[in-house]
Design a protein around this ligand. Structure first.
Ligand code: CMP
Length: 139
């Protein structure tokens, strides 16, 4: 069953480049409601835990170093069929392959530094949201 919520992060590359406003504008324009949001920074250890599913991948050390190198914006978004709709809005993992009108084609740099994260399933959306937010921080 489709959930109404997904989890996102505006990644360090996009924050460094001053893209927070532009990305939030696209998220709002696409009809997502922000139900939780924080400006924060992951430690290497926390990034390692968040991306534990990728632990065996060759890019894991690079990924967690990148995700902990500067602040991020973490948010929970609400919309009908949120996970799928948000993945359409952000586009392919590799910005060079992302469709016109997507966040990654506009703001992503490469496969690693691709501006935003979007949950890949309803189950992971719930896990990732709970990783970053207490129940009292979700409205
Ligand atoms: P994200 O959707 O946040 O989840 C896993 C991340 O791993 C992905 O975005 C990319 O940033 C990163 N990633 C995936 N494939 C590669 C790769 N080949 N090289 C570097 N980073 C990658």
């Amino acid at each position: 069953m489709a959930t109404n919520r997904t989890f996102t992060m505006i990644k360090p590359d996009a924050v460094e480049s001053g893209y927070i406003g532009g990305i939030l504008e696209m998220i709002n324009a696409a009809g997502f409601k922000i139900v939780a949001m924080k400006y924060t920074k992951l430690s290497l250890e926390t990034a390692g835990k968040f991306y534990e599913v990728h632990k065996e991948r060759p890019f894991y050390p690079e990924l967690i170093a990148f995700m902990s190198r500067g602040p991020i914006v973490a948010a929970i978004l609400e919309k009908e069929n949120a996970v799928e709709e948000f993945r359409k809005l952000i586009g392919a993992t590799n910005p060079a392959e992302a469709a016109e009108g997507t966040i990654r084609i506009k703001f992503g740099k490469n496969k690693g530094e691709n501006a935003v994260h979007g949950s890949d399933s309803d189950e992971n959306a719930a896990i990732e949201g709970a990783f970053h937010f207490a129940g009292t921080e979700v409205f």
